[in-house]
Design a protein around this ligand. Structure first.
Ligand SMILES: [Zn+2]
Length: 82
């Protein structure tokens, strides 16, 4: 474990995760979109791989519920390594 790993805070559970373990959204003209590369410009919103946190973020109006299906398939398609 090294402290040089960039950490990002999930807007759902407010816990910090290594950058590779979060999904990033960027507000594109006011609408949150997935940021595949992590390099898009704009205000980023981070979520860990949890539908619970997705729901919390929707309630907080940080992201749109329209992204639910995409987010769900995204978190299932990626193996999380411990
Ligand atoms: Zn979370």
């Amino acid at each position: 474990m090294t402290h040089s790993v960039p950490m990002r805070r999930c807007v759902g559970c407010m816990t910090s995760f290594p950058k590779k373990d979060v999904v990033r959204f960027v507000l594109d003209e006011g609408r949150p979109v997935f940021d595949e590369t992590g390099k898009k410009n704009g205000r980023g919103v981070y979520l860990c791989r949890s539908m619970e946190c997705f729901d919390k973020a929707v309630k907080k109006k940080r992201i749109s519920n329209d992204l639910r299906d995409e987010f769900e398939s995204r978190i299932k398609s990626v193996e999380v390594t411990e």
